[in-house]
Design a protein around this ligand. Sequence first.
Ligand code: DC
Length: 230
Amino acid sequence: MNATVKRLVITIDGPAGSGKSTTARHVARRLGYLHLDSGALYRAVTLAALEREIDLQDERALAHIAQGVHIALEPAENGLIVRLDGKEVTQTIRMPDVSRAIGPVAANPGVRAALLKQQRTMGEKGGIVAEGRDMGTVVFPLADLKIFLVASIEARARRRMQELTRKGIHLDAEVLAQEIRKRDADDSQRNVSPLRKPDDCVEIDTTELTIPQQVALIVRKAIAQGAREV
Ligand code: DC
């Protein structure tokens, strides 16, 4: 009767705009797990570098920033609140300037090493939904459940446009599609921790799925592995 409830490590990887963040947030909420948005960590380091006017090609200076900043992810009703050295940066880290500058930050081995430590600490007790690019391949290679989300470029550009429009930012769908193609190339071609599908993952194409459908699918798989809804 009282089968042990497991606190799983669930990873959700995939390209920009595949629906990882929203899906991870809902899955985490339904299971009572921590939501680790690793992209927010890379974004926060990028913002810190831009604010300090660091040359993004200066590898050592960037790594130094990543080691020195304190980034907190606090769960709230509408998603995570992100703090950089105590200051709320939830919206600022999503601005196009930060997205455009992120390439060299995410490709920096020193930055990745500093953030790896923080991510593993968050997951050491299980009960976590970790989303990003290298969650199942590098950060949590022994995760209990690995999901890889994909979607067409058009669907991803449309979602991104809707998200920005809600914030009052208007960009053309074709411009966004170009940016997504560039980020796909950056993410999958960099030398350290490139975006790669884990061998032992479940791939879900979200082009035709709604968020509730993809959340339900993942929660079902987690329950099959011993998790329980709260
Ligand atoms: O998921 P996102 O779009 O917020 O991620 C922002 C950038 O951070 C993305 O272009 C690639 C990088 N990133 C990464 O290199 N590794 C991760 N685990 C998560 C994000």
